[in-house]
Design a binder for this molecule. Structure first.
Ligand SMILES: Cc1cc2nc3c(=O)[nH]c(=O)nc-3n(C[C@H](O)[C@H](O)[C@H](O)COP(=O)(O)OP(=O)(O)OC[C@H]3O[C@@H](n4cnc5c(N)ncnc54)[C@H](O)[C@@H]3O)c2cc1C
Length: 354
């Protein structure tokens, strides 16, 4: 059996972000790290996007950024002019390459496919391997995206479409999300906020084809990349164990109302790196109790009134852009929180607090 000072379970976004942050801060000079990851190869499998409200280590993995965005609903379109916080997209393939190249140069870091050779009880363990418990009744953000290339220049690549609700809702919440990387290239996603037990919502390919052909009016295109996934909009039922610190989605880094996780993972990695010597004695890191409280009410409303959500989202984005973006990126102050809360239908939300 081998002993390591630190073990990271799961070498995905959170595991690798943490290893990178610790490595650039020289935390492995006299310490050893084992990363346990069972995937056979690393390649682009996710496209991470977020409003850049704080600095991060991966500017060189950003493939595109935008200032402005739009929201569409059946009753019209709203354009948000956002000067302060760019919306950035990171290619996970570039992210994995950059980190792995750097970590492999450090002799104190080793990679394993499983924990068979590792002694777990002597190390500090950072766990990002998901265990979602009984998830059937919970709300997920599930989606499929196609990156397409068109023969003609069709997209306006200066503005992205965050949510297009002008589509079939099937008694749930459904929207399309379009990131135009170039005038002839875009990632188009069909996204549902719903429980996972309704398989009929997962005819993603049919939904995407219909949207591309009938709404975007694109007939001549080729698919260059695709991704599919589901982000839990609830916290995992983790057991509290003394030497285990949960990170990533498993560590509650997903914002429940939006699914945004990437930048929270980066902030958590910085927090761990700064406090690594005393990390076990600190209270668990949170993205903010007030957001947990507000998001849980928001999700209750979403479960009971899916039909009202397009209007609620549209109204929210009519607040001053910096305030909404800071709120959705959990960086808002109390005045900014109120500016957003006041845009919600008050009675529905008040009823769902109780
Ligand atoms: C397709 C997709 C797109 C997303 N887009 C965005 C976005 O645009 N913006 C945003 O903020 N968030 C986004 N998210 C949410 C979130 O940022 C990602 O899910 C992110 O990858 C979470 O990081 P993680 O480390 O918690 O999980 P992962 O990145 O999934 O890492 C977990 C790792 O554990 C490994 N693993 C699992 N089980 C085992 C095992 N038994 N043994 C060994 N290894 C194991 C997996 O192979 C994986 O590498 C997206 C999620 C998905 C699925």
């Amino acid at each position: 059996m081998r002993d390591f000072d630190y073990i990271i379970l799961g070498g995905g976004c959170a595991g690798l972000s943490l290893a990178y942050e610790l490595n650039i801060n020289n935390k492995f000079k006299n310490k050893t790290l084992a990363i346990v990851e069972f995937r056979e190869e690393y390649k682009r499998d996710k496209t991470w996007s977020f409003w850049k409200v704080t600095d991060h280590n991966f500017e060189d993995c950003v493939i595109k950024s935008w200032k402005n965005f739009s929201i569409n609903s059946k009753s019209g379109s709203h354009e948000v002019v956002n000067k302060e916080y760019p919306y950035q997209t990171i290619d996970s393939g570039l992210f994995y390459d950059k980190i792995l190249k750097q970590l492999k140069q450090n002799k104190n870091i080793e990679f394993f496919k499983n924990t068979d050779q590792l002694r777990l009880d002597n190390s500090i363990i950072f766990n990002s391997i998901p265990n979602w418990g009984n998830y059937k009744n919970k709300i997920w953000q599930h989606f499929k995206g196609l990156e397409i290339e068109t023969s003609k220049n069709i997209f306006d690549d200066e503005i992205f479409n965050l949510m297009d609700f002008d589509c079939d809702q099937r008694d749930n919440v459904h929207f399309f999300y379009t990131l135009p990387f170039a005038k002839n290239k875009a990632l188009i996603e069909t996204t549902w906020l719903s429980k996972m037990d309704d398989k009929s919502l997962k005819d993603y390919d049919i939904q995407l084809e219909k949207y591309i052909k009938e709404t975007l009016k694109i007939t001549n295109y080729k698919i260059t990349y695709q991704e599919e996934g589901a982000i839990p909009l609830f916290y995992p039922p983790n057991k509290i164990e003394k030497n285990i610190i949960n990170i990533g989605s498993s560590g509650g880094m997903t914002r429940l109302s939006t699914g945004y996780t990437f930048l929270n993972i980066q902030d958590h990695s910085k927090h761990i790196s700064k406090n690594i010597e005393k990390i076990q004695s600190l209270k668990p890191y949170h993205i903010g109790k007030k957001y947990e409280f507000l998001d849980n009410i928001f999700l209750k409303v979403l479960k009971k009134h899916p039909d009202k959500m397009p209007k609620i989202f549209l109204n929210m984005f009519k607040a001053p852009p910096q305030k909404v973006i800071k709120f959705l990126s959990n960086k808002s102050n109390i005045f900014e929180d109120f500016a957003i809360i006041l845009r919600m239908p008050k009675w529905i939300f008040i009823k769902n607090i109780f």
